[in-house]
Design a protein around this ligand. Sequence first.
Ligand SMILES: Nc1nc2c(ncn2[C@@H]2O[C@H](COP(=O)(O)OP(=O)(O)OP(=O)(O)O)[C@@H](O)[C@H]2O)c(=O)[nH]1
Length: 302
Amino acid sequence: MDGASRNGLKSGFIAVVGRPNVGKSTLVNRLVGEKVSITSPRPQTTRSPIRGVRNGKNYQAIFVDTPGSQKPRDTLRARMQDQVIDSLSESDIVLFLVDAPQAAEGLGTGDRYVARLVADSGTPAMVCLNKIDLLEKPTRALPIVQALSELGDWREIFQISASEGTNVDALMESVVGLLPPGPRYFPEGMVTDYPESLILAEYIREKALNALREEVPHAVMVEVDEVERKENVTVVYAIIHVERGTQRMIVLGKGGKTIKKIGTEARRDVERLLGTKIYLDLKVKVTPGWRSDKKFLERLGL
Ligand SMILES: Nc1nc2c(ncn2[C@@H]2O[C@H](COP(=O)(O)OP(=O)(O)OP(=O)(O)O)[C@@H](O)[C@H]2O)c(=O)[nH]1
């Protein structure tokens, strides 16, 4: 018997998968109790798996927030899909999220595609029918639950609201029930293993996504070039990469208004995260075709 089973400790990795925008990051943040992953009303917000850790008295649950699953159309999306498939096979449990209001109109090919990926992985899986707060009547969930139960051999199907917290405790209890005996992989105070520079870049990208409209968001990537810690202030040098000159103009905004807004909002979040005063040096750079540039994507941790 190893040490972990002797002291009754359980641990494991839980992959959180689903189509873009179903609420994966919102659920992981709720389960972990801290903002480890950025969220936005736009699909494809999460670009690489981010791990959030929850510690209990007798367990450690490591949630892996994966990018939204869909058929890949470019190198960036193909890499994102490979990461999802890797996360599925390397996990102990899978949480498969489905958007309730959308599913109420009929389960689409997207959900069926993800369900097949999950089933093929052979990992124990639970379905989370999310955003039930948006259904006009709770009974609207019943036919969806029925249709979902025919798509795979699920351990359980939960009806949840990640943003309001409905049924999230019950879900967590089931997750802990399925965790195998194992050690704490991360120190107890740690909520994520994502590198600091990447978290900072994600915070800035979140603000950019919120400030921008239409096609520009997909063209935006943020790189944190350097973090310089001085006595009273931390200086963060970051670059917002876009693909075209016209997009650069949009990110800058009239008289630099948009970039200023992005910077001010990001600085507030980053100050909270690092607990120091921040000076944010933000530049916008045109990097044509970055989405298909393997070297660039690797450099940015994708
Ligand atoms: N009403 C409601 N909105 C939710 C709920 N969960 C998430 N949302 C919203 O749905 C949107 C998408 O949430 P995210 O958590 O970014 O979704 P995601 O699945 O991580 O998205 P990608 O990273 O693009 O794959 C955000 O605007 C959330 O606030 C919920 O339970 N109820």
